[in-house]
Design a protein around this ligand. Structure first.
Ligand SMILES: *[C@@H]1O[C@H](CO)[C@@H](O)[C@H](O)[C@H]1NC(C)=O
Ligand SMILES: [Zn+2]
Length: 246
């Protein structure tokens, strides 16, 4: 009798410790701290990264970069590492955009773990950080993606405003979208941009910063706009070695 109660207790503990999929954390789409706007930049590290970092810093703004391991460039090239380390050193937030920018909803668990872990490992090596935030490529996820993210301590974050730069909007159209949302003035904004387009960097970003700041928003990182820690671990970068390959 006693033994079976222990058994039931053990089973209940086990069941409670593994959240059912229904109980998995939701994918975040909105900032929660009033009057904040988080500008996010996906698909790097790429050649305009330092420019984005400087443009933000010059305006007193903090941005968030979601890096791939291998997309427009390999995260381990000297230029990628330089750019990433530069943006991180200026206080911008670094998150993961997974390794190869695949469609995560088509992958099995082993493949998903690889997509997450290779990028987290790379960020640990090149910057000394393990991010706490992951953005799914295309914003695509399912229950298995959420489960893997949960197991890896990754908060998934999408957006509530798309500048449209990756889906064919012209720079003028993207600027107009920022004008419109600044006029509508939601309490918070979580904006999707891509650091890989020269027009986003040179034309849209300066305008977005200007109209959002004029509208009274504080331009902060995703972590700050949510009041959540940006990193699971922060230490020192490692010296380059033979494992720094894509
Ligand atoms: C970023 O690049 C754009 C376009 O190439 C340029 O006009 C701008 O001056 C650059 N900004 C910084 C801070 O380097
Ligand atoms: Zn992307």
């Amino acid at each position: 009798m006693f033994a079976s109660w222990i058994c039931i207790f053990a089973l209940a503990t086990l069941v409670l410790a593994i959240p059912t999929r229904r109980e998995l954390p939701q994918v975040i789409t909105k900032c929660t701290v009033p009057n904040t706007a988080a500008l996010t930049f996906d698909d790097g590290p790429y050649i305009y990264l330092k420019n984005v970092s400087d443009t933000l810093s010059a305006a007193g703004a903090t941005g968030t970069f979601f890096f791939n391991g291998q997309n427009y460039d390999c995260i381990y090239t000297r230029e990628s590492v330089d750019g990433a380390a530069y943006a991180y050193s200026k206080g911008h937030q670094i998150g993961s955009h997974t390794w190869s920018h695949g469609h995560l909803t088509t992958l099995d668990k082993t493949q998903l773990v690889s997509e997450f872990s290779r990028t987290e490992d790379a960020l640990k090596k090149i910057l000394g950080v393990v991010p706490a935030f992951t953005r799914c490529p295309y914003g695509e996820y399912n229950d298995l993606v959420r489960q893997v993210a949960y197991e890896r301590g990754q908060t998934l974050v999408n957006w509530d405003f798309d500048s449209g730069d990756s889906v064919g909007k012209t720079p003028e159209e993207s600027k107009n979208l920022y004008d419109d949302v600044a006029n509508e003035h939601p309490s918070t904004l979580l904006a999707l941009n891509h650091e890989v387009y020269e027009t986003t960097v040179g034309i849209v970003l300066p305008h977005a910063i200007e109209v959002l700041q004029e509208a009274g928003y504080r331009l902060v990182s995703v972590a700050e706009c949510l009041g959540i820690e940006p990193y699971r671990y922060q230490g020192d970068a490692s010296p380059r070695d033979a494992s720094w390959t894509c």
